[in-house]
Design a protein around this ligand. Sequence first.
Ligand code: ISL
Ligand code: CA
Length: 570
Amino acid sequence: MRHWWQEAVIYQIYPRSFKDSNGDGIGDLQGIISKLDHLKWLGINVLWLSPFYKSPNADNGYDISDYQNIMDEFGTMADFDQLLAAAHQKGIKLIIDLVVNHSSDEHFWFQESRKSKDNPYRDYYIWRPPLNGHATPPNDWISFFSGKAWDLDPITNEYYLHLFAKKQPDLNWENPKLRQEIYKMMHFWCQKGVDGFRMDVIAFLSKDTSFPNYAEGQFGNLKSYANGPRIHEFLQEMHREVLCKYDVMTVGEAFGVESHQINDYVGKSRKELNMCFHFDYVGIDRDEKNFFKAKPNWKLSDLKAILAKWDVALGEEGWNSLYFGNHDNPRMVSRFGNDGAFHKKSAKMLATVLMTMRGTPYIYQGDEIGMTNTPFHDIKELDDIQAKNAWQELVVEGGADPVEFMKDMNLTSRDHARTPVCWDASRNAGFTDGERTWLKINPLYEKINVTAAYEDKNSILWYYKKLIAFRQATPTLIYGAYQDIAPEDEAIFAYSRVLESDMYLIIHNFSDKITYFTVPKESLPKTEGIWRCCLANYEVTNGETQPNNHPLEMRPYESRVYHFTEMNFE
Ligand code: ISL
Ligand code: CA
């Protein structure tokens, strides 16, 4: 059984940074509507919108104060209805972000809940008395945004849990009344006609309600509250109560889920989710002990091992997602490619990986033109609460070296993905016609912008368009079996995709040096046939059309997609 969300190419929009339509320097829904033709031209099938609901923006919308109303800065519900209709009219589906592990502390439910211990909304959140009667939190958990994961609320002198910011109290999924409120909200959006949900930190919904101390150190605590005892019960209830009633897709942000657990979430017989984003390579270039510290010399063989591990774990039972960028990660060309001498080649190479692997590819806004990381010189230039709280804790209170900290932020900050999309070379990169923008503009905008990319037929943008069309027209690239054919190679990433007798051989040079590669005999088809290089990010002379009879000379960041056609002897 094949589904539309397996054949789709999905594009993520972070509304705050996509396009401003009213000159206040903040992206908005009308801005997205004004750029739908760009997305239609690109050929994407689905839009994922990061949160656009009412929010005080402690975490830029991932702190929701009203799930059924639009954030003031982004516009009105009429704007949303217009966006949804316009996208559907252009044949583009739209999925929305479901952030229900926590709400904003400004949500009506929390305002009520904190009033008294017997308030009807008390158990919509997770409250615990101080340990042994004095101001000690119930356990040693820390927040992802620094500090403790518990905050003592003076009104009732109890702690409430917040795995993220203080202003993001965790919702209590043990409470069936809360769960029914969430399902009612999901029906509201499904009845409007949205085509699915991306689900924020979905594996955290069920916690061990004895709230034990950590098993291990920072981030090792994921075992303490990810994949809790009732997570599958809750997701199957959500499926029964809401999801099974609509033709919608779901993708869980599976922070904390390990490959051996994945088909419990996305197995086709599970009636839970359709696919997930895993986090196994999000830390590949990060210091094990300090997530904000970069570890630049990551190994290609480690990345390939992770990709292969998840492909095997999902097998035919599950379905994978592929992403190299999103609103929480630095720009992929700066992180996994080469944003200097080989900017264009490496951006195209990464795009080729994204579009030829097994699983639904996700493009993050601006990656289609190869937007790079932005130089941040001072903490005041950063907006992200994760960075600012870390600065406060590590530098201001902890005495860490501010220069070192900013060096790390220039490699790892989430703000890299949140600088405004560059639409042209005019002031403020065509993102706004106002004076200022909410976050600094990437200084390379005169060179790297959508308009310049349209005008350059050899641009990253045109290459994405070609790649997307190629993938959509090639079932073998969507459904074909995946096999890494050189897992140990630290420069070459080469794999096959096979569907029945149709075979593609895809070879990338992840290095800035010319690298020779011989396709292993055992990876080649046993039958006679002809090879054709059907897509590449360099000019391929006809001498390179035969990948099977001599070492291939792969140029820096070169990608080649070879198609094998069996010679049928009649
Ligand atoms: O700690 C991280 C590891 O990557 C963060 O990037 C991030 O907090 C984590 O991936 C969970 O992300 C989701 O939930 C957060 C929100 O800040 C992120 O933007 C969202 O993607 C809390 O809602
Ligand atoms: Ca605006």
